[in-house]
Design a protein. Structure first.
Length: 94
C-alpha cells in the first residue's frame, strides 16, 4: 500500500469516525433544542460516508480482489454507521 493509498484510507476512516461521533452527539441531545441540528449533521456525514464508500467500490469494478478487500475492511463499519444513523429517526419519537 503506497503513501497515497494509506492517506486516503486514513481520511475515510477519519470521516467514518467523525460521523459516528456526530451520531452519538445527536443521540445525547435528544429532547434538547440542539437535537435537530445535531441529527442533520450526523445524517449528512453518514450520507457522505456511504456515498464515498459506494463510489470507491464502483471505482474498483475491474479489480475484484481490491473491491473485496475494501468491503472486508469497511463494509461492516458503513453498515453499522447506517444502522446507528437510522436510530436517530426514532430517537425523538419516544
Amino acid at each position: 500500500m503506497g503513501p497515497a493509498t494509506k492517506a486516503s484510507t486514513f481520511r475515510r476512516n477519519e470521516t467514518v469516525a467523525e460521523a459516528g461521533e456526530e451520531i452519538e452527539a445527536a443521540m445525547e441531545s435528544v429532547g434538547t433544542t440542539y437535537f435537530n441540528d445535531d441529527a442533520e449533521i450526523a445524517k449528512e456525514l453518514t450520507r457522505d460516508c456511504v456515498t464515498k464508500y459506494e463510489a470507491l467500490l464502483t471505482k474498483c469494478e475491474g479489480d475484484v480482489g481490491r473491491k473485496e478487500k475494501i468491503q472486508r475492511s469497511m463494509g461492516l463499519k458503513i453498515e453499522q454507521l447506517k444502522a446507528e444513523c437510522n436510530l436517530i429517526d426514532t430517537a425523538h419519537d419516544d
